[in-house]
Design a protein. Structure first.
Length: 194
């Protein structure tokens, strides 16, 4: 006897969220299916009832994480209006940099993992990244579409790279220095494209 459709979707979403936390926190190679299932609070059998393989779960976790970033950008844009960009930079270099790695942004925590992934995962990541870039570019003002897209790409690369570097150092003051330098560069980037 199967589970009702809503219950099955809820279970899948819970497993995917747990797997995403596991992949962000430990990397693709850091946990096997048993560990990913434990992150989601289910058995390995339940994991396999929803995903054919660890690679399939990773692909979906990457897409979900990138879609969450896009939704976050759109939410911040809607809530903050013209001041959204400055808030986003501050949030990304603050909260997203200092949160537990398992709760971090997929752009920062999973990109390196994707470089080693299979072609379908890389394709899914590329499609989701294009959507994130478009969400950022749509919130930038007074430029041509090509210039807004260029700035959006540069801004996302700057922020995710700075967070990766700041997370990697073992000196809190140095991490703050990296974040401050990136925030300053993000401001200069905005003025270049006006």
């Amino acid at each position: 006897m199967g589970h009702p459709a809503g219950k099955k979707e809820e279970s899948r979403a819970r497993i995917l969220a747990g797997a995403g936390r596991g992949f962000r926190g430990h990397g693709y190679g850091g946990l096997g299916v048993d560990g990913l299932a434990k992150e989601a609070g289910v058995t390995s059998g339940a994991f396999y009832a929803h995903f054919k393989s660890k690679a399939d779960a990773f692909r979906e976790a990457v897409s979900l994480g990138m879609n969450d970033l896009k939704a976050g950008v759109e939410r911040i844009r809607a809530e903050r209006g013209k001041g959204w960009r400055r808030y986003f930079v501050s949030f990304y270099l603050g909260d997203r940099r200092t949160s537990d790695l398992s709760d971090s942004c997929a752009l920062q925590s999973l990109t390196n993992e994707v470089t080693r992934a299979d072609p379908p995962t890389r394709h899914a990541y590329g499609a989701a990244l294009r959507d994130v870039i478009a969400a950022v570019a749509d919130g930038l003002e007074g430029r041509t579409p090509a210039a807004r897209r260029t700035e959006a790409i540069a801004l996302l690369a700057l922020l995710s790279g700075a967070v990766s570097m700041a997370r990697a150092v073992d000196d809190a003051k140095f991490a703050e220095e990296i974040a401050a330098a990136a925030a300053s560069a993000a401001e200069r980037l905005a003025s270049v494209h006006r």
